[in-house]
Structures are given as C-alpha cells and as structure tokens.
Design a protein around this ligand. Structure first.
Ligand code: DGY
Length: 322
C-alpha cells in the first residue's frame, strides 16, 4: 500500500521527524524558512495531509487550495489553532487535529519563569551584569518583590491554567483566583476562587496570567477596563496568544505606572513585536518559547504522527479539533 503524503511546514526535532517518515511520504521544509502563502497553498494542494505550526497563516485561501487539491487533513503541530481558518476547513471537509496535553508542563514552567523574572528583576540584573555595569552588592540594589504568598489570577482554567495554578499554589504558597467561561469544580484542586469576570480577577491579583484559547470571544479579553482594575504593583503574564491582550492598552498601563510590569512570550502579529512594547518599562520579553523543551517538542511531533496515522487508517482521532 502506498504511504499517504504529508507536507510539514517547519523542521521538527529529529526523533519526531524519523517517526513521521516511518509512516508517511514526507515533504520536509529542509531549510526551515517561513513559507510564503503561495508555497503553503501549493503544499496543501499536493499532499494528503498538511502539518503546519503556529507560525503559518492557514487562511481560507490556503485551506481552499488544499480542499480543491488533495488535502483531507490538517494535523497541526501545536495545541492552539487560531492560525487556521477552521470554518473553511469544515466547508472543505478537511479534518483538523492538534497536540493538547504534551506541552502543558513546558508552558506552565515558562509561565513561572516569567513571573519570577519579573518580580525578581532578573532580566534587568542580567543586562546590567553583561553590560559591565555591576558595581557590587548593596542593600538597595535591584530590589524586587517576593512571589511566595502572593495572589495569582488566572484567565482560563484549562490544562495549562491548572498546571500554573498547581505550581504557584503548592510551590510558592500563592492564593489562586480565576475566571473561566464555564464553572470549575472544587477550586480547580488548588483552593481557587472562581470570580465573576476578568476585571474582578485583575482587582484581586498580584499577578494576572492568561491561559485562554485565542478565539473571537477572547480577543483583547485583557483590555483597558481590566488593566485599570489592577494594582500599580501587579504584573501581567501572557504565554497564551498575543491577541488575548490589548497591546496598546497594555503599553499605556506600563508607561503610566498603572501596573507593575508584564512578562510576555507571545505577541500580536509575531514575530514582529510592536515597537512600543519593546521600549515599555518593566517588561520581560521572550520569543514564543512556551513549548520549547526537547520533551514537549518531540511529544508534539509524536501526537501529529498518532493523529495522522489514525486518520489514514480511518480510525477515531485522539485529538480532533471541533
Ligand atoms: C501551541 O502549541 O499552540 C504553542 O503556542 C506552540 O508552542
């Protein structure tokens, strides 16, 4: 039997590429450069399965090119699917899968990294030392704030939100408050309090961390009103998607001192970063590293393999989207 063809838009860790190649005729993007819209459309049209990532814009045109060609499945390498026109995929009869679960720990760990870097001023300290500007220990040097015992507000208590809450509560004795679109039982296992809305969470928190999916409903869920409810010492953390934060409102809040700082791993329109974010005070900025561990990135590839194999064998998909 001929193996189905699969179009992979970016390089994966070697172990995952090998597992994929064992089951499919794979077209890899050998030099790993971002593909143009035309290249994506061509790849979709000429393969049975496409495996894009968050950095590819899979809009209606690309999906239609796939549907009018050979593509019957989009096996996304990643959990978030906001870069894919899901409605167009449905219209074209193209099945979509993603990779939930395997990047939860990596993303939760990175969230805590940003929280600690912000409140302990680690980015500032590293920059100062590397610039040769450290003049020695003194009691008032780069004094930050303790994370232990503070209140963490979580927007979106799904897998990653819970993993962050667990680390913060059991590791750092933090109190947890949260907002979630549906009721969450038993305080999410961390004695958390579910509050009425985002502004209420912002008002009660020393750190506000976003973990909701990016959808039309969550676009700018952290906006001017919610930011205004935060205390001037409180921090915003975003490891979800750039679109869930109103970046203009965030910059205004940082510049006016209405909030204490922001730790951002994701940006609207990334990899371009709004220049005003670059120069805003009290920020820690990372280049979308949430899932960037060997363990997570290999496991994400294995999930793509599992879903694509299930699809090829006409079996139920482990991670069907929608
Ligand atoms: C995802 O899986 O959606 C991440 O953002 C990519 O790491």
């Amino acid at each position: 039997m001929t193996k189905p063809t699969i179009f992979v838009t970016r390089r994966w860790p070697a172990a995952a590429e090998e597992a994929l190649a064992a089951h499919f005729n794979v077209t890899f993007n050998q030099d790993d450069r971002p593909l143009t819209k035309d290249e994506l459309a061509e790849g979709f049209a000429t393969h049975d399965i496409a495996a894009p990532t968050v950095s590819d814009v899979i809009d209606g045109d690309v999906v239609r090119a796939g549907g009018e060609g050979r593509c019957r499945m989009i096996a996304n390498y990643g959990v978030g699917v906001n870069h894919i026109d899901l409605a167009a995929a449905e219209t074209q009869g193209i099945t979509v899968s993603n990779t939930p679960g395997v990047l939860t720990d990596a993303t939760a760990d990175l969230t805590l990294t940003l929280m600690l870097m912000l409140c302990r001023r680690a980015g500032e300290g590293e920059r100062e030392l590397r610039a040769g500007e450290w003049s020695g220990w003194r009691p008032t040097h780069l004094v930050g704030r303790q994370m232990t015992g503070k209140t963490l507000g979580i927007i979106g208590m799904g897998r990653i939100g819970r993993a962050v809450a667990h680390r913060a509560h059991f590791g750092f004795g933090m109190e947890i408050v949260f907002q979630n679109r549906s009721p969450v039982d038993e305080g999410a296992g961390v004695g958390g309090r579910q509050l009425a809305g985002v502004a209420e969470v912002c008002a009660a928190s020393d750190f506000v961390s976003l973990h909701c999916a990016a959808t039309p409903e969550t676009r700018h869920i952290l906006g001017r009103e919610a930011l205004a409810a935060m205390s001037p010492s409180a921090y915003v953390i975003n490891t979800a998607r750039g679109d869930v934060v109103d970046e203009d409102a965030l910059v205004a809040a940082l510049e006016s001192g209405a909030i204490g700082g922001a730790g951002l791993d994701v940006f609207q329109g990334e990899p371009k970063v709004n220049p005003a974010i670059m120069t805003a005070p009290n920020t820690v900025l990372l280049p979308h590293l949430g899932s960037a561990t060997e363990e997570a990135r290999v496991a994400m590839g294995m999930k793509v393999v599992d879903n694509a194999r299930a699809f090829a064998m006409n079996e139920a998909l482990p991670d069907k989207v929608g």
